[in-house]
Design a protein around this ligand. Structure first.
Ligand code: SF4
Length: 458
């Protein structure tokens, strides 16, 4: 397997201008340019300026989005050594099923590293090779995978310190340093700050994420408020909202229903604003900003839920404004990335044949902060199948325990194999930021556990 080259086509994104000179600040989603009282024309002019400003930043010689050719071959080979897995390769070539040491494994048809993550890692590793004498920083985890982030630390990439109040301390970033922006992007305020400093910026933002930024830009140009299906504090959503002027984030269908209900029936404005206080743009007024809405999403959300939310708003606007007029009040572009969709479809298929295959449980591997991995867990759990989300092989104990993250976000330790005397039958999948090597390590732990038990019985 060869890893993806970092040379890619990028989507244009909207931007804003700010004179931001502090060294510790919150990657605010508050628009610092657009005032609430501007006319539509003035707002449009400001948007044009924002877009131009962002494009100007991206054209700078200090802004790198395409990697560094002279070190590419070495980086590809390094990634192959670090991330590939003979066990996973063997599963791929044996129709995604394997029997070993009393364990039968079904591997999901789509799983693991997505193109955007491979590209992001390649860009970051290439930056470390290309700037061997510079101090390198990264604004956040590159991706939600502990091994990859540890690899970056080993390459002397410094993680910018997060302070207790949610701000970041940029004091360590000095002129001439290199700053890497992670796969899920950085807020405009952060980009603007680094643009004004004399630093090299290596932007590894996944183009699927910048596609969402384009979508919210379209909303704004058409006078729509962006309803973002996402977690307002997630790094990707923080970046997306920094490119919006008017927005509200809904984390699930229940919150979308609250918004739809307000659109149709109004209600207690203070209670509504209290509930969404951290999830709306500055100056948000539900009586004004929910008249016309457009849907966008965090790329890693649960696809079925995003679609259900879209249908809900479509119906809501039809009820309120009638079928013809409703088109002016609701707009939707599909911004769920293919990788998220394919991995969710694959685990759906696994769940559908779980009974036929006799699955005892499904193992879901990925960072505990990984949103796309958390959604992969929800699918079997909601279907009533035992499933465990682990972030690394060490979560599987030699005493037949597993330390895992539940759908409610708790980390708990429970028994793994319920009946060790029979053949273990399991499904396995992994999130978009999980290398195959992590799947191999986790499977090896289970093979060893079963083998040792069987041998102890002899
Ligand atoms: S999951 Fe999708 S949006 Fe996220 S990095 Fe991968 S391809 Fe990009």
């Amino acid at each position: 397997m060869r890893f993806a080259s970092s040379a890619v086509v990028f989507m244009a994104v909207a931007s804003t201008v700010t004179a931001f000179q502090q060294t510790a600040f919150k990657p605010s989603r508050i628009s610092i340019v657009v005032q609430q009282s501007t006319s539509a024309t003035e707002a449009e002019e400001k948007r044009a300026t924002k877009k131009e400003e962002r494009l100007r930043m991206m054209k700078s010689d200090r802004f790198h989005r395409r990697g560094f050719k002279e070190v590419r071959e070495g980086v590809e080979s390094n990634m192959e050594d670090q991330f590939q897995s003979p066990i996973v390769n063997s599963l791929r070539t044996s129709n995604f099923v394997m029997d070993r040491d009393g364990v039968k494994v079904y591997l999901a048809k789509d799983f693991g590293f997505c193109w955007g993550v491979e590209r992001s890692i390649a860009l970051a590793y290439e930056a470390a090779e290309h700037f061997p004498d510079r101090k390198l920083h990264i604004t956040n985890e590159l991706i939600h995978n502990p091994e990859v982030n540890e690899n970056l630390k080993a390459k002397n990439v410094q993680f910018i310190e997060k302070l207790g109040d949610g701000t970041k301390n940029f004091a360590s970033v000095q002129d001439g340093d290199v700053v890497i922006l992670p796969a899920f992007g950085a807020s405009f305020e952060e980009m603007d700050y680094f643009d004004k400093k004399n630093v090299e910026i290596v932007d590894t933002t996944c183009p699927w994420v910048s596609k969402v930024w384009n979508t919210v830009d379209k909303h704004q140009k058409q006078g729509l408020t962006s309803v973002i299906h996402g977690k307002y504090a997630h790094e990707e959503t923080v970046a997306t909202t920094s490119f919006c002027e008017d927005f509200i984030c809904v984390k699930n269908f229940k919150e979308a229903e609250m918004v739809a209900n307000y659109i149709l029936n109004g209600g207690d404005k203070d209670a509504f604003m209290k509930h969404f206080e951290n999830a709306v743009s500055e100056g948000f007024d539900p009586d004004k900003h929910l008249e016309k809405v457009g849907l966008a999403n965090q790329t890693t959300m649960y696809k079925k839920e995003t679609r259900a939310i879209g249908q809900l708003f479509q119906k809501t606007m039809m009820k309120k404004f009638g079928p013809v007029k409703s088109k002016e009040h609701y707009m939707e572009f599909d911004t769920i990335c293919d990788a998220t969709q394919e991995r969710q479809d694959a685990i759906h298929d696994m769940v559908e044949s779980a009974q036929k295959d006799g699955l005892d449980f499904i193992l879901v591997i990925g960072g505990w902060d990984s949103s796309n991995t958390a959604h992969l867990l929800e699918i079997p759990v909601h279907a009533g199948i035992r499933a465990f989300h682990i972030n690394r092989a060490e979560c599987i104990g030699a005493d037949n325990t597993i330390t895992h993250r539940t759908v409610d976000g708790e980390i708990v330790t429970t028994q793994l194999l319920e009946d060790m005397d029979k053949e273990v039958v399991m499904g396995v999948t992994s999130g978009a930021s999980t290398p195959d090597a992590a799947v191999q390590d986790s499977l090896s732990q289970i093979f060893l556990l079963k083998k040792m038990y069987d041998e102890s019985k002899k």
